[in-house]
Design a protein around this ligand. Structure first.
Ligand code: NDP
Length: 278
């Protein structure tokens, strides 16, 4: 016995906001636990996790570059983790097995809904075809958008990603297709930038005609000041621009729920984080 322990592991991990977020969640829900960050050597993931779960470790968040290794490490996977091809949440189950889940997509959807963005029937443009894009598709489809169009700098990756979700889209009365970045037509209700472009002050090369007065631009990146892609979208007359800080808090809340069965309130933590970035 002992206090339930949780971790976030990655490399690097120094700037992770997860310990702050989960400490606030624990405080507000009255759950008794510890949550720390741990930098793990690039070849040390499996050994670190095995030792952690053999002790008082109950759950772990996993970030870059270990999400695929966590996927392999898990004994069983949720459907959303399986389809994401990546795990950001590990949970020790009562029978000693390790559940692998992925809460990133639900974090995005929760943040969009918190901003009153309608997803049902929406025409959605998803830019990027990396791990972050893959992880959000199933949670988006669950809200039955009219269609999701994927565009990526490397077009072949967008085609492969769209194809791999074709069946799921149909079962949600939706459709998913890929399109060349330069060939996008018409305005979108929601544009989600899942690329790493904003991290280097760049933006995806989409045409301004994709943005109308009712378009919402969501950039998964966040940081001090407005992201380059959100600034551009605002200048093109987008109705609303949102950065990825709420997605970060949303995925944390979903992981907390997976571990503890309690749903923490997110807005106060989000405001505190927002202030710390101002
Ligand atoms: P990946 O490395 O798997 O994918 C990166 C994607 O970005 C690819 O589609 C890549 O295109 C594209 N890209 C990179 N640089 C540029 C550029 N300059 N112009 C256009 N496209 C570019 O990364 P992830 O998918 O795991 O993560 C992407 C980003 O999502 C992260 O940087 C992070 O900011 C954000 N994120 C935020 C989260 C949150 O909670 N807010 C959670 C997870 C991710 P190509 O295929 O052509 O190389």
């Amino acid at each position: 016995s002992g206090t339930d322990q949780y971790l976030v592991v990655g490399n690097p991990i120094n700037h992770s906001k997860s310990p702050f977020i989960h400490a606030e969640f624990a405080k507000s829900t009255g759950e008794v636990l510890t949550y720390e960050k741990l930098e793990v050597a690039k070849d040390g993931f499996v050994d670190t996790m095995s030792a952690f779960f053999a002790g008082n470790g109950k759950g772990c968040n996993v970030t870059v570059p270990f999400k695929e290794e966590a996927y392999q490490f898990a004994t069983t996977l949720t459907e959303r983790a399986r389809l994401a091809g990546a795990v950001n949440t590990l949970k020790l189950m009562d029978d000693g097995s390790i559940l692998g889940d992925n809460t990133d997509g639900q974090g995005l959807v929760a943040d969009l809904l918190d901003h009153d963005v309608a997803l049902t029937g929406a025409r959605i443009l998803l830019i990027g075809a990396g791990g972050a894009a893959r992880g959000v598709i199933l949670p988006l489809l669950a809200h039955q958008p009219k269609e999701i169009i994927i565009a990526n700098r490397t077009a072949s990756k967008a085609v492969a990603l769209a194809e791999s979700f074709n069946v799921h889209a149909k079962s949600h009365q939706s459709q998913i297709t890929a399109c060349e970045m330069c060939a996008l037509e018409g305005e979108f209700d929601v544009i989600i930038n899942s690329t790493a472009a904003s991290l280097s002050g760049e933006r995806p090369a989409i045409d301004a005609d994709t943005i109308g007065s009712t378009t919402v631009m969501y950039d998964m990146a966040y940081g001090v000041g407005e992201t380059s892609s959100n600034q551009w979208a605002r200048e093109q007359g987008a109705k609303q621009v949102i950065d990825g800080l709420g997605m970060l808090v949303g995925q944390a809340a979903e992981s907390f729920y997976v571990w503890r069965g309690v749903r923490p309130e997110t807005q106060r933590v989000l405001s505190a984080l927002r202030q710390s970035l101002a």
